[in-house]
Structures are given as C-alpha cells and as structure tokens.
Design a protein around this ligand. Structure first.
Ligand code: G3P
Ligand code: MG
Length: 243
C-alpha cells in the first residue's frame, strides 16, 4: 500500500493565516507533500487565493471578493487576527504558484465557484498552471461539478477531483462518470475501510479533508487513503512516521 501523502489545507493554516504566502512557505518548510488552496476572481478578473466569498472573516475588508478589484483586495490585511503576520495580503494565484512551482509538492487548486459563478475562472486557472508547466502535479477540485465538467471539456491536462459535503452513494462511480480520478470527501463521511478499498479498486483515489485529530489521521493512514488534507502537516507527518 502506497504511503498516504500529507497536504496542507489552505497552507499550514493551523499556524499561519490561511491561504497566504506564509502559510504555503510554512507547509513547504514542514515537509508537506502537497498544498491545497481556494481560488476566486477579483472584479477585474484576476485569480486570487481566498476561501470565503466574502472578506469579513479573514481580512480587514468587507463585502464580496468578486466585487473588489485586485488592487482593492491586495490593499487589505489578510492576517486574520494572527499576531506576527500583520500586513500579509491576499495572494494572487500567480504569487502562490511562484512559491510552490519550484518545489516538488502536489498543488491542489480548488475552484471556489459553487456559491458565486466566476465566468472564465476555469480558463484562467488552466492558463496560470500551464505558464508554470506544472500540469502533471496539479489536482483541480471543486464542489461545483459543472465546473469540473467544463475543465474536462477544456481538456484540462491535470487530474480532476470531486469535492463533496455529504455522504454520497458510491461516489467513485459518479467521479468516473465526470472524468475525475479522485474524490475529496469530508473525513466524517468515510465510514469504513471498504469505502477506500472500493474507490481505489475502481481507479478513483480518496483524499479526505480536514483531518486534524490524531486518531482520525491514524485511521486514514490505516485505510490507505491517497492523501489527507490537514491544517497541521507537521503533526500528520510525525504520526505517519510512527505508523
Ligand atoms: O479542498 C478541501 C477543502 O478545502 C474543501 O473545503 O471549505 O475548506 O474549501 P473548504
Ligand atoms: Mg478548500
């Protein structure tokens, strides 16, 4: 059984402000095997890395991400109340790729377009990735499965992954139908080892999120999931080394 990879959720977001350059730099420094982050579009059409569709929780701004220009977004403080990180900004996709492209990490780009439709997001994400030539170690995921279909229709050369919130019935079959090779379910919807075994046997790998508790990390290592998406890659790496 291949070793489970450790992917840093929104960067090493347990220790640094989520979806910021320090969070990605820390994930790399801690030895994570991959990073996950969320992409939306500014009002002037630039892909930016931020989770919520609104600015209030993680930045000094307010209102919708998609109603602010890039310049407005980048003038905000995105330290999300974490001391020592004051002045850190919302990065563009380009800035994040500049940090991760020179590494060997897997790059999970989540298109955050299930609440807000961002026309052209798929094309822009594909172009940014192609510019760095890292298509083969990028995984594209979305809760918006029409967007995954669009990526497939655009002949995205990267792996596609189906994100879900609920316990779906045989999601590996659904994923295969969409042209996806992975499912990214919330960890509490993985009820037993057979889920992982059946998915993997049908050619669809499983990467649960957000796996932070020691017991759950150990259980996922035992089940042999392809990767865990965690806020605390250092803890996950230490537990994996013991398992
Ligand atoms: O991609 C895994 C996970 O990030 C999905 O949920 O809300 O953290 O983007 P969320
Ligand atoms: Mg995400």
């Amino acid at each position: 059984m291949a070793m489970t990879a450790i992917w840093a959720h929104r960067g090493a977001s347990g220790y640094a402000p989520e979806n910021t350059l320090p969070a990605f730099e820390l994930a790399i420094a801690q030895g994570a095997d991959g990073v996950e982050f969320d992409v939306q579009l500014s009002s002037d059409g630039v892909p930016v890395v931020i989770h919520d569709e609104t600015l209030g929780r993680t930045t000094s701004g307010s209102g919708a991400v998609g109603e602010h220009t890039l310049a407005q977004l980048q003038s905000l403080d995105a330290s999300a109340g974490r001391s020592g990180f004051e002045g850190v900004h919302i990065p563009t996709l380009q800035e994040v790729l500049e940090v991760v492209a020179p590494t060997s990490l897997t790059v999970n780009v989540e298109l955050k377009n299930s609440e807000v439709d961002y026309p052209g997001l798929e094309e822009k994400v594909l172009a940014a990735i192609a510019a760095f030539g890292i298509e083969q170690r990028v995984v594209l995921s979305s809760f918006n499965h029409y967007s995954l279909r669009r990526l497939r229709d655009l002949h995205a050369p990267s792996q596609l992954a189906v994100l879900s919130n609920d316990p779906l019935f045989k999601p590996w079959k659904y994923a295969a139908q969409l042209g996806a090779t992975a499912i990214h379910p919330p960890v509490h919807t993985i009820f037993g080892r057979s889920y992982v075994r059946k998915a993997t046997a049908s050619g669809v790998v499983v990467r649960p999120w957000v796996v932070n508790a020691d017991r759950t990390l150990r259980r996922m290592f035992r089940y042999g999931v392809d990767a865990v998406i965690t806020d605390i890659p250092d803890v996950a790496l230490a537990l994996r080394a013991e398992s």
